[in-house]
Write a protein that binds this ligand. Structure first.
Ligand code: NDP
Length: 477
């Protein structure tokens, strides 16, 4: 029997996607550069469904029914190009190559254009949920042509996570749209994680709570509007005790956060598109700062305020205030991320449905949360919403939270607890709602030193002031 789909690249992600497909009744051809992984998969998991192991590229291609659908799940970058070049010459017009690795969307656009010339469909697909998600139901973000989605979509929807019976998978848009959306997903994930980490630091620094007590606070939050996978796992991590030392696990882990690069891409593209994704940027920089051990060692003795824990009413209110600040900052981070998707969609003509994106992030992926259902509803009600911050329920929640938000940021500043995520989110909120910004002064400075000109609030046109002359006359530029 021929396979309806094939997976090449059988490390943890590819193996689990292949098993997920087989468990859903699809016959899956298997291939990996080194045959060992293929053999091992069949030996250990062969009973889970129908697999057709292949030990050469030709054998793999021959095992597939037409149009062939090949999922590549290898290390992103040059290996993906190598694997495409290995298979493309063996394929025929109309066959589909799916790249489910973490590719940069610009690479996906390049590959899609090149393969389209050769009559092949190339579907760059974001997959989120880690290895568990890949096996039990990830969130899947396929790009590529609508035509390829017609044959591929049903299989992907089969293996995706389901929320209220709806698969967490939908065609995002042409060429690199899927990988772009996956990239922003990861950027938002960085921001959300940073905000949660700052909440922990605040509860410890300002209240003197122990990690296990903070785990309980997070568990309580997880029954409310912050209910999410990230809050849930945070509570588990904080409640964990290191077996070797008996100390809280979080105290024996080196405090240098690593990254694989998708957060950095999100920030770079945010700059290219001119979209202020300051929450994602601060989260990415916070990880970077944490890893600068030399710089941190050199500055350790710099003076700071006394960290006297809060007492009385302020202490009693504090956990609730942090919950509100976290919620408001989170709305800002997601609002920024969705604006970036909106901008990417406009730049590349992807026509991305933001409500559908929120919907397929409700399950399977790392940022899955009840919250995303509210975002879905906001964009369904108003697809061209300028920002989530002005959408009815979010607007009210953030406005209601602002006193607590300001109070938490002031406490952090007073006690010297770094909260770049909370602070930048609040600054974004205040900047957006401001009647006037000091950008007017920046324009004056630019005109002074570089004759960069300015526009006026009261008249049409572009102007320049003769700063070097006594008269400082203004003239149209
Ligand atoms: P790795 O990223 O560790 O990649 C290992 C796989 O790539 C192996 O099958 C390896 O083959 C193959 N490979 C590497 N170089 C080449 C090459 N030049 N030619 C052919 N094959 C090559 O595997 P993961 O399963 O962790 O991830 C796969 C993809 O999924 C990556 O793009 C990753 O970014 C993405 N991803 C990972 C997630 C995760 O949680 N790990 C989550 C979401 C996406 P061999 O066995 O022969 O060495």
């Amino acid at each position: 029997k021929k396979a309806s789909i094939g997976v090449t690249g059988l490390a943890v992600m590819g193996r689990n996607l292949a098993r997920n497909l087989a468990r859903h009744g699809h016959t899956v051809a298997l291939h990996n550069r080194s045959g060992e992984r293929t053999r091992e998969l069949v030996e250990r998991f062969g009973s889970e469904g129908e697999f057709v192991p292949a030990y050469s590229a030709q054998e793999f291609v021959d095992a597939l029914e037409r149009p062939r659908q090949i999922v590549i799940m290898v290390k992103a970058g040059a290996p993906t190009d190598a694997v495409i070049e290995e298979f493309a010459p063996l394929l025929e017009r109309g066959d589909v190559i799916v790249d489910a690795g973490n590719a940069h969307f610009a690479d996906t656009r390049r590959r899609e254009a090149a393969l389209r010339e050769r009559g092949l469909h190339f579907v760059g697909t974001g997959v989120s949920g880690g290895e568990e998600g890949a096996l039990h139901g990830p969130s899947i973000m396929p790009g590529g042509s609508a035509e390829s989605y017609a044959s591929l979509g049903p299989l992907l929807e089969d293996i995706a996570a389901k929320v209220d019976g709806t698969p967490c998978c939908a065609h995002i848009g042409p060429d690199g749209a899927g990988h772009f959306v996956k990239m922003v997903h990861n950027g938002i994930e960085y921001a959300d994680m940073q905000l949660i980490a700052e909440s922990f630091d605040l509860l410890r620094g300002a209240l003197g709570l122990e990690p296990a007590q903070i785990a309980d606070v997070f568990r309580t939050w997880n029954t409310g509007r912050l209910d999410s996978y990230l809050i849930e796992i945070t509570a588990e991590v904080l409640a964990h005790t290191d077996a070797a030392t008996g100390k809280p696990f979080v105290d024996v882990v080196a405090d240098a956060a690593e990254q694989k690069g998708t957060g950095r891409w999100t920030v770079q593209i945010g700059l290219d598109l001119g979209i202020p994704i300051s929450g994602i940027a601060e989260a990415t920089f916070a990880r970077s700062l944490s890893g600068h051990t030399g710089l941190r060692a050199a500055t350790r003795g710099l003076a700071g305020p006394e960290r006297t824990p809060l007492t009385g009413a302020a202490a009693e209110r504090f956990a609730d205030d942090v919950e509100q600040a976290l919620y408001a900052s989170k709305v800002v981070a997601y609002a920024q991320g969705f604006n970036q998707i909106q901008a990417g969609s406009a730049e590349y003509d992807w026509n991305i449905d933001l409500g559908a994106v929120a919907s397929l992030w409700r399950g399977g992926c790392i940022i899955r949360a009840k919250f995303l259902d509210d975002i879905r509803a906001a964009y369904e009600a108003e697809p061209a919403l300028p920002t989530l911050l002005t959408s009815g329920d979010f607007r009210k929640a953030v406005e209601d939270a602002q006193d607590a938000w300001r109070s938490v940021v002031s406490t952090a500043v007073r006690l010297g607890i770094p909260t770049p995520g909370f602070s930048t989110a609040l600054a974004y909120y205040d900047a957006l709602r401001a009647d006037r910004l000091p950008a007017a002064l920046v324009q004056g400075q630019r005109d002074y030193f570089g004759a960069h000109t300015y526009r006026r609030v009261d008249r049409e046109g572009v102007f320049h002031t003769e700063w070097a002359t006594e008269a400082r006359a203004e003239r149209p530029a």
